[in-house]
Design a protein around this ligand. Sequence first.
Ligand code: UTP
Length: 225
Amino acid sequence: MKKIVISLGGSIVLSNTINIEFLKRFTQSIESAPSLEKCGIVVGGGSLARNYIEPMRKAGVNDYYLDRIGIRATRLNAELLMNLIKDAEKQIPESIDEAIQMWKGRKFIVMGGTTPGHTTDTVAMLLAEAEGISEFINGTSVDGVYPMDPRLNPDVKMIEKMSYTEALSLSLESYKNAGSNVFMDPVSLLIARRANIKIHVMNGNNIENYTRVIENKKIVETLIS
Ligand code: UTP
């Protein structure tokens, strides 16, 4: 039986509109995965967060307050998924401690962001660490980690395996501020390294990927360990 935490990128949950068909299929497949014992899902802000953060950044608001705006966007996206999952507390925890409490006796917990200074990747990693879960899925909109954005350079090759330290230095190169577009934020990788949590960075739009990881089957991914 598998215990896992999923960091679900906001771009998977919504593009211009809410990807409701994806959310329904995702819910159905993880709810019916026979070897899934416990699952935490932390939802990102995606375009909702960016559309709120960017104009406010231009208006001179600092990153602390931009992060707070981002957190609200992630919680709103989490609220969507929470309403689809039958065995999830019908409330979005606002801290890791609250999440651990609400998760007791339940298979699923769904949440968004917690405090400024990091992204939902870190929230998800702390949730895994707190619950003693050693496997983590980062569902992104590409197949894995690339040395640079594959949308900018289509010839760039995906990295199949990385150490925590390699991932950390790549993440630090591109992490700048609130709403930064980076494969995983550096804090989440520091937590993963200290807690020895195995990370699957994979295409989260492909529903099969989640069930294959749960069943220990091979997928196209970047494995960070
Ligand atoms: P995301 O986790 O979606 O960040 O949170 P992201 O990596 O920039 O976006 P994706 O994964 O590509 O969709 C959105 C924003 O909310 C704030 C940050 O500003 C983050 O960039 N946030 C989120 C926090 O400050 N704290 C949190 O715990 C979560």
